[in-house]
Unconditional design. Sequence first.
Length: 98
Amino acid sequence: MNSDSARFGRPTKGLSTVLTIAPLALLLAATGPALAQRDDPGLQLNCANDFFRLCAGVDPNGSEADDCMNRNRPRLSPECKAAIGDYDRKSSSKAGRR
């Protein structure tokens, strides 16, 4: 195999990884104030699916995103509920240190 076929054949492992991760990063960034603006990986990873399942059609960059997640809290996945609990605990402990 010459170098041209490696360059123009199947994607290399690095490119394949980028093509897999890039859409996930966009998905997480698109979750808006409800998840992404809190800059918490636990919320982003554990609640993104819940947001899109329960809040389809809601602008993820609007205030409605938080309202939707709060309104649907009983229907959230156990993983998302745990991530929210962890986030709330971390946030309240940071506020107490000020």
